[in-house]
Each structure stands twice: as C-alpha cells, then as structure tokens.
Design a protein around this ligand. Structure first.
Ligand code: GTP
Ligand code: MG
Length: 174
C-alpha cells in the first residue's frame, strides 16, 4: 500500500516549565518561527503557540505549546497548564545553578501532580555560553536518568538541538 495507510496525525499538549530567564520563550520562538530575540520580554501568565512536525514514517505531530511564566508570582498558575499535558519540557540555564535547582523542583511537582504517563524532557539551555557554564553536563545527564527523563542541551540563540528536542519528544510519545 506504499505505506500511505500508516500515516498518523497526533495532537500533543506540551508545557514548558522553568525559572524566569532560562529561555523558554526563546526556545519556542526558535522552534515555531526560526527566530531569536535577544531582547525577549518576560512572559506574563502564559502564552500559546502551535507547531506541526513530520516524522520519517509520515506521522505528523502537532505540538500545542503552553509557554509558562517563570517568575515566582506566576507559580500558582502552573497546574492550569501542566494538568492534562502529555509532555513537560523542564528548562534550566547551564550558567545558573539556581535554575537547575528550580528545574528539579518542577520535576518533583510534575511527579506528584502531573499525568502518570507524562513524557518529561530536561533541557539545559544557553549551551552557546559554555565559557560561563556552571552546571556540568553530567549533572543534567545523571538527574534526567534517575528520573526517567530525556535530556538534551540546547541553544535558542544558535538553534543548536532545538529541532532535535522536539523530534526526540515525538519519538517518545506513547
Ligand atoms: P520567563 O518568561 O520570565 O519565564 O523567561 P523565559 O524562560 O521565557 O526566558 P526568555 O526566553 O525570555 O529569555 C531570557 C533571556 O535569555 C533573553 O535575554 C534571551 O535573549 C536570552 N536567551 C534565551 N535563550 C538563549 C540562548 O540559548 N543563549 C543565549 N546566549 N541567550 C539566550
Ligand atoms: Mg517566557
């Protein structure tokens, strides 16, 4: 049948969580529009964008992306966005140990209150700032492995690993 009948179209609710300033909105802007904004403004509440990708086997995956606000004053809103999410992307900044600690807080929160079958990714962003790195790559790898998460380092600035992040998530969908 030429494989045509194998085509699947998936729709996936994805939430991004992480400290303010780690680059969540820039990751989404890079993925959806192929752009980078060095003067990106803090997100207020949350913002929504969607993007569809095609996989090798002609499956398409439409990501419905909730980009949450990382500032502490919005923390109480997070459950509105991660509840019912099939995928959670927890982001930290490789130059900021505080943001790595905050990422671990979000992972615990998701383990307690997220969907039991949620697919979680841990993302160390700003990989272009390697000379200012304060979170060793191995710390990210180890934490992700212990918690059954997919791990990747990205740069929204250079686009490094941004498409790979979403492709790897798509491959891990149930
Ligand atoms: P909140 O909306 O407050 O939660 O923050 P956020 O996580 O959405 O951060 P945002 O994407 O707005 O980025 C914050 C700052 O980091 C901006 O000045 C970006 O230009 C910068 N930034 C984001 N990603 C990268 C990156 O990969 N490399 C570098 N060098 N800077 C980045
Ligand atoms: Mg933002």
């Amino acid at each position: 049948n030429g494989g045509v009948s194998d085509a699947k179209n998936l729709r996936v609710k994805l939430v991004l969580l992480g400290d303010s300033g780690v680059g969540k909105s820039c990751i989404v802007l890079r993925f959806v529009r192929g752009q980078f904004d060095p003067t990106s403004k803090v997100t207020v509440g949350a913002s929504f964008l969607s993007q569809t990708i095609a996989l090798q086997d002609s499956t398409t995956v439409k990501f419905e992306i909730w980009d949450t606000a990382g500032q502490e004053r919005y923390a109480a809103l997070a459950p509105l966005y991660y509840r019912g999410a099939a995928v959670a992307v927890v982001v930290y900044d490789i130059t900021s140990p505080d943001s790595f600690a905050k990422a671990q807080y979000w992972v615990k929160e998701l383990q307690k209150h997220g969907s039991p079958d949620i697919v979680m990714a841990l993302v160390g962003n700003k990989a272009d700032l390697n000379e200012k790195r304060e979170v060793p790559v191995q710390d990210g790898i180890d934490y992700a492995e212990k918690n059954g998460m997919f791990f990747i380092e990205t740069s929204a600035k250079t686009a490094d690993n941004i498409n790979q992040l979403f492709e790897e998530i798509a491959k891990r969908l149930p």
